[in-house]
Every structure is written in structure tokens, then in C-alpha cells.
Design a protein around this ligand. Structure first.
Ligand code: ATP
Ligand code: MG
Length: 499
């Protein structure tokens, strides 16, 4: 079939970085093309060029054989290209329906915005996504995953020929991913060309017909998915062999450090009890909206419980703020980088040492050399890709921002750490580095609570798994003999959930 969209020799340079250098890409109608590459390979930069956010420094874009230029995002939208970005900008104070139709609202015959139509269409879209969200809800009341579903609905609300998805499943759990894949199949059947970006290879093998691999801003290979093995793709991407998941090394599990009993919240979760022990990784699994992040945020002092007790090392504590939590030796690494995780305008080095200034400052002066040493240590461990440690975090690629956030909190040397989707958006090579590091810290006696929606990560890393469903505990399992089916069944209460 004739290509719908073709890129020839596209280049994009930033100060000190060649983000893209002469890349080639072809998208065909009715086919899903996987764009594969390490953190910082240039994937999101390409998406921004295709949607008119950045202009390329060289190369051309052809739609059905005709050259086009996108000076603005509107121009790309008129050419019927739409994208779900890695970090979609939505508006907190607006409703879900307004967020979906902002900028392309249906109008009535008097040219006025047709609110009834907006609400009805939003509801239909959310329904087709099986999203448990009301069109009239304010965005600020949604969880990250729910916001993601709104971003997906927004992209689908425009009738486009080319649909680009930049890590659409990063914040979704099993069920939502299945729903999204059903929609993807529908889009494909209706003849759309789809560009799909993900670090999860199981997904790529499942949904993609074709692939393109980028490495350091260049096209390394392209072809049919069926003709490439997993190993070949990974090799093209990182240039070496990689272990998929790093299994946790056996550690001596000690006494309970954190004891949570009957812990409840007015709206988010109810009657949660568990012990988190020294040297242990406790996995927390559940669907989007199960209350996992809300539980951690509350334990970290960001919201207040309505009942229950928390003890650290056998002493009851009352944690009323994040500062209290940090003082008690607790650290929370959030899922969302921008909001709580990193100061995007500040350089890498200051972000990494922000939480642990005590370790590098002397009599109030921050010793620059020490600060750089600490930042360099984490940068090397996690294979951080940046032009220098002075690069502002906001201009790093998504996965590299996540590495900075993890490094920043680990540098504080906590007793207990809550990791919320720690490897979200991190590429396959760096993922095993993060897992190895977690394992090492647990070996040194750190107690880790890890929220993850990735079953291989939970099964590979967790000593025990707490499953949450609709704010309640739905199961507690030991690592031994634990299967994906057991976890999915507990999380959904549905035998047939794992298709
Ligand atoms: N606005 C910017 N200013 C400076 N450098 C930038 C900017 N945007 C991107 N870069 C750099 O361009 C390179 C490619 O980044 P990009 O976000 O495209 O990577 P990616 O393939 O999407 O990675 P990830 O898998 O982590 O999302 C990175 O080195 C990044 O730091
Ligand atoms: Mg990206």
C-alpha cells in the first residue's frame, strides 16, 4: 500500500545535542509502526516535529507524496495528524469534556460552542475507552492514570489519518491497556496509520506490524515486526545484549520497620494493614484507581488518614507533612515527574542533590565538587543520557527525567522508600540497572514499597505482593509460586481478566 506519511532526512539540533540526524520513517494506512529506541534516542522529538511543536532543521515531510510544512500545531492538526504525547498538557481547572474538546469544540449553526454535544461526545469516547470517568468532573480531581485516559480521549476526538501514541500505556494497568489495544485495532481497521512508541516489548510484538529503530538520533533499522526477533530489536536499539528483568537477589529479611494498621482515608482507601520489613521489597499491585498512589501519598503525610495507625521501628508516629515523613526516614518517589518529582528548570546536578543537601553542604555552603560527584555517581549507575550534568532536567528525554528523580531520592539514604512505578518510561537497558540498584539497596537493609502495574516487574522484584482493589486489600501473596494470573484475578476479581 502507498505510504500515507514519509519522512526523509529529518534532523533536529538543540544546543550541544543532535536529537535527530537524517532520520527516515514511513507510515502506511491500516498499519501500526513501532518506534523503538533508548531513552534520549529522539523519539519524542520526532513526535513534536510531526505535530508542529518543533520545526526540523533539515529534511522533508510528505503526506500522500506531497511535501508539507507544519509551522504550528494547528497546521499539523489540519493535515489530520494527532498525537498522545508522553506528557500531555491538560488543564486542571477545566472539566474532562472541556479538556477533550479544547480548541476543536463542535459548534452549533449560530457558531456557538455546543456544550451538550461536547458532553455527549466526551461521554461516548470515555465509554468506548471503558474509562470510569464522568465528563463533567474537574481534571484536578483525577488520578494520573485517569488523566492519561482523558489525553487519549482527546487525541481520539479529532478525526485523524495519522495517530501517534508516545508511551500511551506507561501509566495504565493491565485492564486499561487491553481497552486501549481494542481501540487501536479499531483505528487500524478503519485505515489509520499509527505510530506507537513504547518501552514494553511484549506490547510492541502484540500490536505492531512494522518497526523502526532509532539509536542516538539516527535510523538504525526498519522492517516488518514478524521478521525480527526480540533479541535482534534490542540489539539494534542498544547495541548489546540485555537481561529483560533483573530478578531480586536473595536478601536477609529482618524485623518490621513500617507497620501500618487499619489505615483508612475518607474517600481513597479503607482498612489497609501491612508490615514492611528491613531488606524487603513489597510489591503493590492493582488497577488504575485502586488507591495505591493515594495510600503512599497519605503515609508520606501529603493527605490525612481518617483512621488507623503507623509505627516506625515499633514506635507510633504521626506524620502530618512530607517534612515529618522525611525526618522519620521515609521517602516517596512519585510517578509524576513534573509535579512532585523534579524541578524541571534546574540542572541535573542540583536536582539529584536537592533532597540530600546535608550530605554535600558544609556550614551552609554547598560544596560544588561533592555535589557533582554525587550526581555523577547516579548518572553513571543509571546510564543517564545528557549533554552535561548542568542540562536543565526539563529538556531531558522522559526516561532520563525519571532516572534523575530516582537518583535524587536514593541519594537521601532513607530507611523506607516508596517507589511509584519506578521504571515507568525507562528503556530496557537502564531498567535492569535500576532493578539491580534496588536489589542492592534492599540487600543493605532498605525497606522498599514498590507500586507497579508491570507484572514482570512485580513478579521479578517483589518478596511479597499486596493487591489493592477499589481502595481495599484484595490479597497478600508470597513470592514463592506466585503467578500473573493470581495477581490479575485478585486485582479485578475476574477469572477471565488475563486474556
Ligand atoms: N528542548 C530541548 N532542549 C534541549 N535538548 C533537548 C530538548 N528536547 C529534547 N532534547 C534532547 O534531545 C534528545 C532526544 O530526546 P527525546 O525526548 O526525543 O528522547 P526519547 O527518545 O523520547 O527518550 P525517552 O524514551 O526517554 O522518552 C535528548 O538528548 C534530549 O535531552
Ligand atoms: Mg520520549
Amino acid at each position: 500500500m502507498a505510504p500515507l506519511l514519509q519522512l526523509r532526512g529529518i534532523s533536529k539540533f538543540f544546543p550541544g545535542v543532535k536529537a535527530l540526524e537524517g532520520v527516515e520513517l514511513t507510515l502506511r494506512p491500516g498499519r501500526v509502526t513501532a518506534l523503538i529506541g533508548e531513552n534520549g534516542a529522539g523519539k519524542s522529538t520526532l513526535v513534536k516535529i510531526l505535530t508542529g511543536i518543533y520545526q526540523p532543521d533539515a529534511g522533508e515531510i510528505l503526506i500522500e507524496g506531497r511535501k508539507v510544512h507544519f509551522d504550528t500545531p494547528e497546521a499539523a492538526q489540519r493535515a489530520r495528524i494527532t498525537a498522545i504525547h508522553q506528557e500531555t498538557v491538560l488543564f486542571d481547572e477545566l472539566s474532562v469534556a472541556e479538556n477533550i474538546y479544547l480548541g476543536h469544540a463542535p459548534k452549533n449553526r449560530f457558531g456557538l460552542v455546543n456544550w451538550a454535544a461536547i458532553r455527549a461526545r466526551s461521554m461516548a469516547l470515555l465509554h468506548s475507552l471503558d474509562a470510569p470517568i464522568k465528563a463533567t468532573m474537574l481534571l484536578k480531581n483525577l488520578s494520573i492514570a485517569q488523566r492519561h485516559l482523558v489525553a487519549i480521549a482527546r487525541a481520539l476526538s479529532v478525526d485523524s489519518n495519522v495517530v501517534i501514541m508516545d508511551e500511551p500505556t506507561a501509566a495504565l494497568s493491565h485492564k486499561e491497556v487491553e481497552d486501549l489495544f481494542r481501540i487501536l485495532a479499531r483505528l487500524k481497521a478503519s485505515g489509520k496509520a499509527i505510530l506507537f512508541i513504547s518501552h514494553k516489548f511484549e506490547e510492541l510484538h502484540r500490536v505492531a506490524d512494522d518497526y523502526v529503530v532509532f539509536r542516538d538520533g539516527r535510523t538504525i533499522g526498519a522492517g516488518r515486526m514478524a521478521d525480527a526477533t526480540h533479541g535482534e530489536l534490542v540489539h539494534m536499539m542498544v547495541g548489546r545484549e540485555v537481561d529483560q528483568v533483573f530478578p531480586k537477589a536473595p536478601a536477609t529479611i529482618g524485623a518490621a520497620i513500617l507497620s501500618v494498621k487499619g489505615y483508612s482515608h475518607p474517600t481513597e482507601f479503607d482498612n489497609i494493614s501491612f508490615d514492611l520489613r528491613k531488606g524487603e521489597i513489597l510489591g503493590v499491585y492493582g488497577l488504575v484507581g485502586a488507591g495505591r498512589s493515594e495510600l503512599c501519598q497519605s503515609l508520606f503525610g501529603m493527605t490525612h488518614p481518617s483512621a488507623g495507625s503507623v509505627a516506625i521501628d515499633g514506635t507510633f508516629v504521626s506524620i502530618r507533612s512530607a517534612a515529618d515523613a522525611i525526618k522519620a526516614g521515609l521517602v516517596y518517589v512519585p510517578e509524576e515527574r513534573g509535579r512532585h518529582g523534579a524541578v524541571l528548570a534546574m540542572p541535573i546536578v542540583e536536582n539529584v542533590t536537592l533532597g540530600s543537601l546535608g550530605a554535600v553542604s558544609q556550614r551552609g555552603f554547598i560544596r560544588a565538587a561533592e555535589e557533582f560527584k554525587l550526581a555523577r555517581h547516579y548518572a553513571q549507575r543509571f546510564d543517564l543520557r545528557a549533554s552535561s550534568l548542568s542540562q536543565p532536567v526539563g529538556t531531558l528525554s522522559g526516561g532520563n527525567q525519571q532516572k534523575v528523580v530516582i537518583g535524587k531520592w536514593l541519594a537521601t539514604k532513607p530507611k523506607v522508600i516508596f517507589l511509584d512505578e519506578p521504571t515507568k518510561g525507562i528503556d530496557i537497558g537502564s531498567k535492569s540497572a535500576v532493578h539491580a540498584f534496588m536489589s542492592e539497596l534492599a540487600g543493605q537493609g532498605l525497606a522498599v514499597l514498590m507500586i507497579s502495574s508491570e507484572l514482570p516487574e512485580i513478579l521479578g522484584m517483589a518478596d511479597r505482593v499486596l493487591v489493592m482493589k477499589e481502595g481495599r486489600m484484595a490479597g497478600f501473596f508470597d513470592r514463592e509460586g506466585l503467578t500473573a494470573e493470581t495477581l490479575v484475578q485478585a486485582a479485578t476479581g475476574n477469572m477471565g481478566a488475563l486474556r
